[in-house]
Design a protein around this ligand. Sequence first.
Ligand code: GLU
Length: 505
Amino acid sequence: MSDKKVRVRFAPSPTGGLHLGGVRTALFNYLFAKKNKGDFILRVEDTDQNRYVEGAEAYIIDCLNWCGIIPDESPVTPGQYAPYRQSERKSIYREYAERLVMQGHAYYAFDTAEELDKNRKEIPNFQYGQVYRDGLRNSLSLPQHEVDQLLADHTPHVIRIKIPADQTVSFTDMIRGRVSFETNQVDDKVLLKADGMPTYHLAVVVDDYLMKISHAFRGEEWLPSAPVHLLLWDYLGWKANMPQWAHLPLILKPDGHGKLSKRDGARLGFPVYAMNWFDAKTGELTPGFRELGFLPEAFVNLLATLGWNDGSDREIFNIDELADKFSIERISKAGAKFDFEKAKWFNAEWIKKVKGERLKVEVRKVLADKGVIIKDDAYLLTVIELIKDRCTLLPDFYQQSAYFFQTPAEYDLNAVKPKWTDEKTDFFNSLAVMLNSVETLVAADLETSFKALAEEKGLKTGDVMLPFRIMLVGGKFGPHVFDIAALLGKDETINRVEKALVAFK
Ligand code: GLU
């Protein structure tokens, strides 16, 4: 690698919710920057006014914050290359487009939208390019005086790149190696639109140059645009400064057939967006990983493994470990299948891995949403520690812990009633008396005396353990029953036993 400072950018267009592939692109940029002590820049590519969606930029920034992928420079934390929103850089681009016209690498095109539509309809595979451009209304086909007049009259026009005929343009992709394109396949892309806004093609090249971007990671879907960008870097005289590109493999549908889309998520019942996205125009809410109950640690971890591994079997990494291990050589060329079951596995692993303290805010919210009031913070923490290994998604904390905060309203009666006997009633009455006589419940002591009492009453421990659990929990789940009783405390345990006895008889 050259000694040029590493500067990478995530350059999303604020057009809606952020697909997990977009977050992975941001992540790989970030990891590469951190690994190489470089800068990670967020640049908002909002030059397409038709696709601009209010609120999408703030949403993207929220997503990055949630994931801990924090930019060094961004529209909200600008650095020396401000502004970081392309719409605010509008005045910068015209000069470069005009320079290309002067040099003969670009031209003015006056065709109206209707004229272009007509051509598209009438000419199969119509492309604005070397085959047809001479017959269209542009500064290459029209006489100079007519062009001058049209410009003097402020006739709406765009500036298009003049793609040369019969050339091969190539570059070395950091993941794919040498990639070549035939210019005959490429059309004369618009560089500057009639409203004076640059298109993505011009803006991305100018900004990568001006912002001194050294490496650019972007999705594979941008590969077909590369020849246009390569020619622009060349024509603008900046070839030596061109960033090294890495086109990241696609994230594929679970069956491996094609790119994972928002629709696949809806069809298969899992999110593809990082966070919930509400489209104010259509009123449609697209679910996100965050709201479904993913931890950002797990989300980041699972994204990193879509198309990358560290060369070992290890799968669990935090973001700093990822930055430390990250290497482009270990990014695969092939697309990565998305597996939602595996995604959930990552979340369960992360819930197990983090300290209870880390989960407090999220669990408190999950419980509050269900109307569970938590008075004692230390108690909440103990509960979390006791049950977190049983939770896959954050909302599972409600199902797994509600009984610690409220007496069960219902019991799994099918599990107890058919086998209920007077002996069992007697056992639990005696248990209540025994519980009353101890100062505080200690799980191990309780277990010993519970078993002794069962023996004394001629019952198998197993026959009274399950009813005891159902009395405390309501169902056949949860951690060790004596741990539950100890945590509930003496009074509450007695209350629950007495209340359940009425229901079980
Ligand atoms: N604005 C493009 C996008 O929305 C950025 C592509 C690139 O990184 O060059 O993904």
